[in-house]
Design a protein around this ligand. Structure first.
Ligand SMILES: *[C@@H]1O[C@H](CO)[C@@H](O)[C@H](O)[C@H]1NC(C)=O
Ligand SMILES: *[C@@H]1O[C@H](CO)[C@@H](O)[C@H](O)[C@H]1NC(C)=O
Ligand SMILES: *[C@@H]1O[C@H](CO)[C@@H](O)[C@H](O)[C@H]1NC(C)=O
Ligand SMILES: *[C@@H]1O[C@H](CO)[C@@H](O)[C@H](O)[C@H]1NC(C)=O
Ligand SMILES: *[C@@H]1O[C@H](CO)[C@@H](O)[C@H](O)[C@H]1NC(C)=O
Ligand SMILES: *[C@@H]1O[C@H](CO)[C@@H](O)[C@H](O)[C@H]1NC(C)=O
Ligand SMILES: *[C@@H]1O[C@H](CO)[C@@H](O)[C@H](O)[C@H]1NC(C)=O
Ligand SMILES: *[C@@H]1O[C@H](CO)[C@@H](O)[C@H](O)[C@H]1NC(C)=O
Ligand SMILES: *[C@@H]1O[C@H](CO)[C@@H](O)[C@H](O)[C@H]1NC(C)=O
Ligand SMILES: *[C@@H]1O[C@H](CO)[C@@H](O)[C@H](O)[C@H]1NC(C)=O
Ligand SMILES: *[C@@H]1O[C@H](CO)[C@@H](O)[C@H](O)[C@H]1NC(C)=O
Length: 590
């Protein structure tokens, strides 16, 4: 009775105060104010008389509702990969008719190489692939709410309830990449599996699960790389204090990091604390009515998030070093190369502001001086977000490599009214960044070939990669640059019904080949690129685009959960067979 009353009130925007106790139950006390749809606090007309206590299942039911389960719900052992699956496709470029046989037109360029120690692999993220949403004590994250309650956020109401079911199929998934000789697998840990409420009681079943994922990687000669936070904030932390909007997140993230570092420590070669804070901070303000209300003005919220994300990252970095963790530690920044649309001084200014409000937001503090770029600092200081000298020293220098997710590039230019006018008018839609952008260049053409319609933001702009890598090296000195994500959606892939059509993803092959050649050019010109990770190991839940946008180098049949290598996977591996100094060694083949 109480619970159904709760659900109605929650959807109406009830503000709940919640606290967990050491057994993992929750105490929810009704807050005397609630939030109207315009965000202003109003008196709550239907207050609870007494606090109620919920266990984890009730918390799920109250905030998320029923979740789907998979028919495969125990860990599956791996079987050897049949050699018939390892036959590569025909080469990407054919010689001209009538030579009578197929041979690559582009032969090896002897001045290119990926130096010894260069890491390369494939990547994924917990909520996008694991499934098993409620299995073995996992608590809900904000993404469970986005996909189940605020369903308008995702295409077709797709959820990560079952995902790729990797929670149970990881052994075969690791065996499949080992069979192609992929040396690294980058995945993320679900915070709300380890701490179902984000803090408080630790879930040993989840710790044992990731223990086995890591050990299985090592058993197959695949080095595990771990991201601590890939957007799946434990719901409880959002509801108790606003998640990343509060400085309370720093200590909770640190407690989580400490458990993970102590448990997996030196078995992980590379750690990433946070994935793409630029993106997850723009999840704020969260959809109204689904989360506990906060009082910070909506347009200021991303900057509060970023402020605490920097402190959380830096604290976790210092903690890891103090614990003697020997893998590299960094966060994953993201964005594309920024090309001024014209040679005007206003476009140059707008482009610089775009760097400052995106990459520079997190890269300046970590790689330059512990503080925001000046243009951003001018803005956030009006919000009361200033780092103390102590915090600046905490943040400065807290990344071993510059990890960057770089898929494409854009043109940048001044707002219609000019940068200066925009800066004095907070009603301008582009305020406070006061830069505009487009994928269309000065001649009216797209920057490069379009990908699938479910990723309109992604064009093939690989020619700009060498300039981008040089820019990063010159602007944010680091221990080397890693492309920590890059990838492609094959146009219309979801409309293909025949398996052989789906697997023949030659525009994705071309993207990987061209991208890697651009990386090789940069390396040959003296840019210190230390590794790259393709997105993604397989088709998965592409956030708000659901399962429609396909980024996988393996096809996943969402009826059978069977995986198949696409042509692009072979092209990706082949580029390293050609150019990597370290040998590519397939294992676990029949
Ligand atoms: C109740 O909500 C208001 C407004 O969001 C907030 O200021 C206050 O701290 C909340 N009280 C509790 C007990 O959480
Ligand atoms: C936590 O909540 C459970 C369920 O209500 C209760 O039985 C237990 O006594 C509480 N523990 C503490 C330490 O308050
Ligand atoms: C696992 O799946 C089987 C059948 O597929 C079902 O009977 C069982 O209840 C499931 N177990 C859990 C814990 O979901
Ligand atoms: C998604 O869910 C909403 C709310 O439950 C429902 O109104 C809508 O019809 C669903 N859309 C699809 C495509 O299933
Ligand atoms: C980290 O330490 C472990 C165990 O001491 C060792 O096996 C591993 O090779 C080390 N890794 C690195 C990157 O130094
Ligand atoms: C900008 O100036 C350079 C050097 O003069 C020139 O090569 C380039 O075409 C100009 N770009 C645009 C978009 O006008
Ligand atoms: C930040 O660290 C870099 C080296 O990592 C150093 O050169 C620079 O002086 C530091 N800046 C400040 C303001 O501490
Ligand atoms: C941003 O650029 C587009 C053209 O790409 C233009 O239509 C729009 O008005 C610009 N926005 C502002 C606020 O200047
Ligand atoms: C500020 O920007 C808004 C939105 O573009 C516009 O309607 C308004 O006229 C501008 N105000 C001034 C003083 O320019
Ligand atoms: C996916 O699996 C189903 C069930 O076995 C099968 O009918 C379908 O053809 C498969 N899809 C593809 C593209 O192979
Ligand atoms: C080979 O690589 C060098 C260095 O990047 C480049 O200058 C040259 O154009 C490349 N040759 C071919 C045929 O691509």
């Amino acid at each position: 009775m109480k619970l159904s009353l709760n659900i109605c009130l929650l959807i109406a925007g009830l503000t709940l105060a919640a606290a967990s106790n050491s057994t993992g139950s929750l105490l929810l006390t009704e807050n005397a104010t609630t939030t109207a749809n315009n965000g202003s606090p109003v008196a709550n007309p239907s207050a609870f008389a007494t606090p109620i206590t919920l266990d984890l299942k009730q918390y799920w039911d109250l905030f998320v509702g029923p979740v789907q389960t998979a028919t495969i719900n125990t860990t599956v052992e791996a079987t050897p990969i049949p050699t018939s699956e390892l036959v590569p496709p025909p080469p990407l470029y054919y010689s001209a008719f009538p030579s009578g046989y197929q041979s690559p037109l582009v032969s090896m360029n002897e001045s290119w190489k990926f130096p010894s120690g260069f890491f390369w692999g494939v990547s994924s993220a917990a909520y996008q692939i694991e499934g098993a949403a409620q299995a073995e004590g996992r608590g809900p994250s904000i993404w469970d709410v986005f996909t189940h309650r605020a369903t308008y956020l995702t295409v077709s109401n797709d959820t990560g309830d079952v995902g790729d079911n990797q929670y149970y199929l990881y052994k075969q998934d690791i065996a499949r990449i080992a069979a192609l000789g992929v040396p690294y697998y980058s995945f993320s840990i679900s915070w709300s599996r380890i701490f179902p409420f984000g803090k408080g009681p630790v879930n040993e079943l989840a710790l044992a699960h990731y223990d086995d994922v890591i050990n299985t990687c090592l058993q197959y000669g695949v080095k595990p790389m771990v991201t601590l936070y890939h957007w799946d904030l434990p719901l409880f932390l959002q509801n108790s204090y606003g998640g990343w909007l509060s400085d309370e997140i720093v200590d909770d993230f640190l407690s989580y990091a400490k458990v993970v570092f102590s448990r997996y420590g030196n078995r992980v070669s590379h750690w990433f604390t946070l994935n793409e804070p630029i993106e997850f901070c723009q999840e704020y303000p969260m959809p109204k009515g689904y989360f506990t209300a906060v009082t910070i003005p909506p347009e200021a919220q991303p900057f509060f998030c970023g402020h605490h994300a920097l402190l959380a990252h830096a604290s976790a970095y210092r903690l890891a070093k103090s614990m003697g963790i020997n893998g590299t530690i960094s966060f994953k920044n993201n964005g594309g190369y920024k090309i001024p649309l014209t040679n005007s001084t206003d476009d140059a200014l707008a482009t610089q502001r775009a760097w400052d409000f995106n990459e520079g937001w997190f890269a300046n503090p970590v790689f330059v001086n512990g503080d925001y770029p000046q243009s951003l600092k001018d803005h956030v200081s009006t919000l009361g977000l200033e780092f103390t000298n102590e915090q600046k020293s905490l943040i400065n220098g807290t990344a071993d490599i510059f990890a960057h997710d770089a898929y494409t590039s854009y043109f940048y230019f001044a707002p219609d009214v000019g940068v200066a006018d925009c800066l004095t008018n907070s009603s301008n839609p582009l305020y406070p960044g006061c830069y505009n952008s487009s994928n269309t260049g000065p001649t009216g053409w797209l920057i490069g070939a379009a990908s699938d319609m479910y990723s309109p933001w992604l064009q093939r702009a690989t020619d700009w990669v060498p300039a981008f890598l040089r820019y990063i090296q010159d602007t944010w000195p680091s221990g080397g640059i890693a492309i920590s994500e890059f990838g492609w959606t094959e146009p219309y892939e979801e409309l293909r019904t025949l398996k052989e059509d789906i697997l023949s993803d030659y525009t994705r092959s071309a993207y990987f080949r061209n991208y890697l050649e651009s990386v090789l050019i940069a390396i040959s010109e003296g840019v210190n690129v230390v590794g790259c990770l393709a997105w993604s190991i397989m088709d998965n839940l592409e956030w708000t685009s659901g399962y429609h946008a396909k980024f996988g180098m393996q096809y996943v049949n969402f009826t059978t959960y069977e995986r198949n290598y696409k042509a692009s996977f072979f092209e990706y591996v082949n580029t390293f067979k050609l150019y990597a100094e370290d040998p590519v060694t397939p294992i676990f083949v029949e």
